[in-house]
Design a protein. Structure first.
Length: 391
């Protein structure tokens, strides 16, 4: 019976799944479920072949995962799960590396859930669900925040009274599993071009940028929660704190109302009044859609430029994430705003599936690299299990 590691990466209405050989870490199967709670649809890819399964709408993430487990077992009846690895969005300052989940860890994750309400409660529920379904299989928590714990104190602290920073109210940073993957493959992709000073732009429904010096995080745009930084699909990103006070004190909004506004009704959706999906906005002729897309590019370019301060320059820019990998017009808008920085995109490359999309004469190299958080999760689980491939 073959031992395997299952990596799970859940969103608010989607699940990414990958199954790896526990010894070699070669991928066996990859899967994706979309539109959980509506018209759930799962696709699986194995050995280059993709199949699609459709079932009556899964009511929630837990039901969708049970469906996925059944599909995996049907396709690989010889498989024995050695571990399940989970992407956990918020690990605070406490968790700087993956850990095996026990009651104490779960309690700490629950205490942090209020800081990532769109993700963490579902992740905790999933872990509990799988502990019941698979009681003998270790559950491994891999934190989106851990990669940024290498940042210097000045990059992490806010200009608040020192006691608050010392109590843990600091810039935590997110999308760390994605950034860790990019850091692991960039040396092979970038050579012979320099990459010691790199900014990575993870642009998706959630979006952030990260400055890496010699592949280690030194600065990032997201802060104490995933609300901060760039404009996103439904999240506002950086905003004047006085606006929040005004909404509560003068407009009579409750804290929960403000949280819902900033996290679920702002960003691309709020500005356009149409959609949080870049593809829908690109296809729209509504001027509000154009304004939202231009604002998204403006905020992303500003954040990329700001990260160059921590690096004292820039060798390379990497686009990743769903928008970063697939939205050529968004990359073009961002690139045009950063020409002064030495970024010049080659239009033909940008419109193709090229990995390097900068022009040959550009001073800063620009790459599009698909991220793979599931592989990072599997590697972490293998290390904790003591896999020979990770010793």
């Amino acid at each position: 019976m073959n031992a395997a590691i299952l990596s799970l990466n859940i969103g608010s209405s989607s699940i990414k799944l990958a199954l790896f050989d526990a010894v070699t870490l070669e991928p066996i199967l990859r899967g994706n479920v979309t539109d959980v709670g509506r018209d759930a649809r799962a696709s699986f890819t194995s050995h280059g072949q993709t199949t699609v399964s459709e079932r009556p709408a899964a009511a929630d993430i837990g039901e969708a995962v049970r469906w996925l487990l059944a599909e995996v077992r049907e396709r690989h009846p010889e498989m024995r799960l050695a571990a399940v690895g989970h992407r956990v969005v918020h690990g605070g300052t406490r968790f700087d590396k993956p850990v095996r989940v026990d009651a104490e860890v779960l309690a700490e994750l629950e205490a942090l859930a209020v800081l990532a309400p769109a993700h963490q409660p579902a992740e905790i529920a999933l872990i509990r669900n799988l502990q019941e379904l698979l009681p003998d299989v270790p559950q491994i928590a891999c934190f989106d925040t851990a990669f940024h714990r290498t940042q210097p104190k000045l990059s992490q602290w806010f200009a608040l009274p020192r006691a608050l920073s010392e109590s843990g109210i600091v810039r935590i940073g997110f999308h760390g599993l994605s950034y860790e993957y990019i850091a692991s493959v960039l040396p092979q992709i970038a050579v012979p071009h320099p990459y010691g000073k790199t900014v990575v732009a993870h642009l998706g429904h959630g979006a952030s940028v990260c400055a890496m010096r010699n592949l280690r995080s030194v600065s990032t745009s997201m802060g104490f929660t995933p609300l901060d930084g760039l404009m996103m699909g439904t999240r506002c990103g950086t905003i004047d704190p006085g606006v929040l006070l005004h909404l509560q004190q003068q407009r009579g909004m409750s804290a929960q109302d403000v949280a819902d506004l900033l996290g679920n009704r702002s960003g691309l959706l709020g500005v356009s009044g149409i959609s949080d999906d870049v593809r829908v906005l690109e296809a729209s002729g509504d001027p509000r859609a154009r304004e939202a897309l231009e604002m998204f590019a403006e905020r992303a370019a500003t954040a990329i430029a700001a990260q160059c301060v921590a690096l004292e320059g820039l060798d390379a820019l990497v686009f990743t994430g769903g928008i970063g990998e697939h939205a050529e017009n968004t990359r073009k808008r961002i690139g045009e705003r950063l020409r002064w920085l030495g970024i010049v995109l080659d239009d033909a490359r940008n419109a193709s599936d090229a990995t390097r999309i900068s022009s040959d004469a550009a001073r800063v190299q620009v790459f599009v690299i698909p991220t793979d958080e599931e592989t990072v999760i599997a590697r972490a689980a293998a290390r904790l299990l003591g896999s020979p491939s990770e010793r």
